[in-house]
Design a protein around this ligand. Structure first.
Ligand code: 5AD
Ligand code: SF4
Length: 470
């Protein structure tokens, strides 16, 4: 009865609604999108993967590489048609742009794209219900790209129940490193670390809901320096040690790290913390000291190689991953050869490689000697050929070995399940769906470039128990 008396618009707000969230970019955006969905749940939103079925569409955008903003504008062009098609059916569609493009472009988005109702930056999305209400109730278009004083995490609802046995937790945001090619310090702001207690509470909740593996996220996660329960500043290594105490949590990972912040206690943790997986994403960006200096990386190629040696001394089987840029302004053939030489020396298990793209507002974008596209493409192809070779070699090395695999989901083929090795390789095996969410020893029988396949070993104890019918 009471709902009948509610003003029409308010009733529209609280009725069951659907939200479609499209995520671009990094794992931190994947995490933010989950939290956005959780922030909208209490006001009646459930998720849909069909944009044409959604009352609210959120584009969670990324600004890191080329044409990011242009991609968002063309996506908005498509949504314009969708919005008017739905309008013709008497349905209202609210469109929100979130994430780093929202932060970088701000009100410009509303000006250029009349289809947008809400622009919300990565630090303000906990206010989405409120912004939505304003957009809806007052019929206004709203922009919120402040870096608010309040901690958004403290204002978000607790983590909901998850489908998956793996989860991300953002523990640190922003970056003070100011690499000259990178927009992150401008879109995500300075480094801020969440307090230990909040992270532990979030992790415990996730584990109670069935999560077995947690990846700690941060733009520069190994610079983590959060407030500990003892009032002191805790390092990432200390946080990882505390999280490892959570019963039921089997695996920990973290990404992404700066070589300069690979502290001695964190290196030691790779040898000491049994739950910390032997995989490390450690961007090097280039192998020429001249280019590294121009990038303001504050390390040399030798520093990086020596660091890798120290990490490998702590954990000999660690799989190393990296980010590498080719064609930074002024990069000569010789500089590029130095990058190839570094890659040959380190031997990566896998790596991401990119053509340099000038990002508006960054110092490198203003440098003369921008490199020709064709040269960048040729260098990228050569680098990727080398990285592919190394990845294949790393994967082939797994064949014949037995390793624990955490099964995450059904595979593409019937009767197949897929999980991850400790080294983050995808592993396919024949197995029952009930094994999803569990760790099993798998003997690896074959390696592709991007994945492994193997046979699940029956543990002798369990095999016996089943055979004896106990
Ligand atoms: N051009 C090319 N690659 C870039 N990255 C960041 N900024 C740029 C840019 N302007 C890459 C870096 C970083 C990864 C996330 O994206 O390698 O580590
Ligand atoms: Fe960007 Fe990473 Fe450099 Fe920070 S450390 S400025 S996030 S590339």
């Amino acid at each position: 009865m009471s709902s009948v008396r509610k003003p029409k618009r308010l009733r529209d707000m609280v009725e069951a609604k659907r939200v479609h969230i499209k995520t671009f970019g990094c794992q931190m955006n994947v995490y933010d999108s989950e939290r956005i969905a959780e922030a909208l749940a209490p006001i009646g939103f459930t998720q849909t993967n069909r944009p044409d079925d959604a009352d609210l569409i959120v584009l969670n955008t990324c600004h890191i590489r080329e044409k990011a903003a242009e991609k968002v504008y063309s996506e908005l062009g498509r949504l314009r048609q969708l919005k008017s098609a739905r309008q013709a059916e008497g349905k209202r569609t609210t469109i929100a742009v979130a994430g780093c493009v929202a932060q970088a472009e701000g009100a410009e988005i509303i000006r250029r794209s009349p289809v947008v109702d809400i622009v919300v930056g990565p630090q303000s999305y906990h206010r989405l219900p409120d912004l939505l209400f304003r957009a809806f109730q007052e019929g206004r278009r709203v922009v919120d790209t402040e870096f608010p004083d309040e901690d958004k995490f403290a204002h978000l609802p607790p983590r909901g129940k998850r489908q998956s046995c793996t989860a991300f937790i953002t523990v640190q945001e922003g970056c003070d490193k100011f690499c000259t090619f990178c927009v992150v310090p401008y879109t995500r702001g300075i480094e801020v670390s969440r307090p230990v207690a909040a992270i532990v509470a979030e992790a415990e909740r996730l584990v109670a809901g069935g999560v077995r593996e947690i990846t700690l996220l941060g733009q520069n996660v190994n610079a983590y320096h959060g407030e500990g329960p003892d009032g002191r500043t805790w390092s990432l290594a200390r946080l990882l040690a505390r999280l490892a105490e959570i019963e039921g949590l089997e695996r920990l990972r973290y990404t992404t790290s700066h070589p300069r912040d690979m502290s001695a206690d964190l290196i030691a943790a790779h040898g000491d913390n049994p739950k910390l997986m032997p995989y490390l994403h450690l961007p090097v960006q280039a192998g020429s000291d001249r280019v590294l200096a121009a990038m303001n990386r504050r390390h040399t190629a030798r520093d990086y190689i020596e660091l890798v040696e120290r990490i490998r001394a702590a954990r000999p089987d660690i799989a190393l991953s990296s980010d590498i840029i080719v064609g930074f302004p002024g990069e000569t053939d010789e500089d590029f050869e130095a990058t190839l030489a570094l890659v040959r020396e380190v031997e990566f298990a896998q790596a991401f490689s990119f053509k340099y793209s000038p990002r508006p507002g960054t110092p490198a974008a203003k440098l003369d000697e921008q490199i020709d596209e064709a040269v960048k493409a040729e260098r990228l192809a050569r680098l990727q050929a080398l990285l592919n070779e190394q990845q294949q070699k790393f994967n082939r090395h797994a064949v014949g070995r037995t390793m624990p695999v955490l099964f995450e989901k059904p595979g593409r083929n019937d009767g197949q399940i897929v999980g991850r090795s400790p080294y983050l390789q995808a592993v396919h095996a024949k197995g029952e769906r009930r094994l999803i969410g569990q760790l099993r020893e798998v003997e690896i029988s074959a390696a592709e470039r991007n994945s492994l396949s193997g046979v699940i070993k029956t543990t002798p104890d369990r095999g016996m128990t089943v055979a004896m019918g106990v």
